[in-house]
Design a protein around this ligand. Sequence first.
Ligand code: PHE
Length: 344
Amino acid sequence: MKEQIEKLFAELESLKAATAKEAEEARVRYLGKKGEITKLFEEFRNVDREMKKEFGKKLNELKQAATAKIEELKASAETSSASEGPKQDLTMPGEPLSLGSRHPVSIVRKEIVDIFRKFGYDVAEGPEIEDDYHVFEALNFPPNHPARDMQDTFFVSSGHLNPLLLRTHTSSVQVRAMEKMDLPIRVVCPGRVFRNEAISARAHCIFHQLEGLYIDENVTFADLKQAILLFAREMFGPETKIRMRPSYFPFTEPSAEVDVSCNICHGEGCNICKGTGWLEILGCGMVDPNVLEASNIDSKKYSGFAFGMGLERIAMLKWQVNDLRHYFENDMRFLKEFSTAIEV
Ligand code: PHE
């Protein structure tokens, strides 16, 4: 027994374990149920009485030494495997990142802005919370015009002469452009607008517009017609025709509503154009001299045209979406339809 104990002491001395698994195997070999040290404890029963004290002490020392050594091996195996870094296959393909895509309204806005940039227009933006002056007063809205009514306009503050409100059109940005910019002015104003409308498939209380303004000497209705025709052909294809119908806006005179030939049935009549062969896309007209004068532009020297369109409406025509509400609900199934339309 004595030799056996000494042999095991020597073995423990040189015991090594590279991994936690090897350390565990060593524990089983020495201290497990059938381990060598455990076996010695069993044999201890048969040791002569007078030797028991000596061997007992030695055996206990052996067991303690073995336990300590194995603990030590386990701890060092764990830290060394941790310092080797994660046991991962770095050549594995990564987790795919889900790519977002532009919102359809943003796609349409970008397309239209790009077209007008080519024509030499700048882009201007302005505040969504505006004052009555920039939304109505400077645009020749008579004081009691129904558009100022609570039914159409969300007022932020009331009670004084120039209340704050949520802009009902981006024409307010055109007023700011006339105040600030040097003539001639060529500008488009995309942005969010607000009207107190019941939400339905065809109307929403928040939507987006893009309005344009051109002021210079000798600008005529023919220039307006040409600009709109060029835009319509860029936007809806080179075969597109336009037609103008007389209309009314307080800030333009004369005013017109513009239709483009239906690019789905090519004028034959379908359910998108409701059998007419025409789709209404924008309102426009020659800037009323009162509007020019309100912004200190000499209406005898200068003239101009303006136009405005709803971006959701253009997007509805482009993708034949028949319910405006889809654009505001952020339903991923709808938005993903446009992920192929992404442009970098
Ligand atoms: N501001 C008008 C609207 O919101 C659109 C428009 C702009 C019409 C410019 C004519 C000229 O409906």
